[in-house]
Write a protein that binds this ligand. Structure first.
Ligand code: ZN
Length: 104
């Protein structure tokens, strides 16, 4: 029980996963502009949606319009797709990151 991690539903494939396998998407309101941001530290307040670190899941989420539903609002998903794709490539371009050296 001690080490149990929280579990969230991926809005893409609709399966549950631990939050460390998912990335949080938060809805940021700054004045007039509303945008979706990657909240990879899960620190932003308000509503959030979770999706796997997988472009497949993101495109599924976009196809079924999961994001506007998750945020109960019109959201600019095109920009998010770009942002998230970039985030994902940055986070997968570090080979051996999880393979070793994390045991200290
Ligand atoms: Zn997924």
């Amino acid at each position: 029980m001690a080490n149990q991690k929280p579990v969230r539903l991926c809005i893409g494939c609709r399966t549950r996963a631990k939050t460390n396998e998912l990335v949080r998407i938060a809805y940021e309101i700054a004045g007039e502009s509303r945008s979706l941001v990657i909240d990879d530290r899960s620190v932003l307040p308000g509503r959030g949606a979770w999706v796997h670190h997988d472009p497949e899941c993101l495109s599924k989420a976009l196809q079924r319009r999961a994001l506007p539903r998750a945020f109960r609002n019109q959201v600019e998903t095109e920009k998010l797709a770009e942002t998230l794709a970039q985030w994902q490539s940055e986070n997968t371009n570090t080979p051996n990151n999880d393979e070793s050296g994390s045991e200290n």
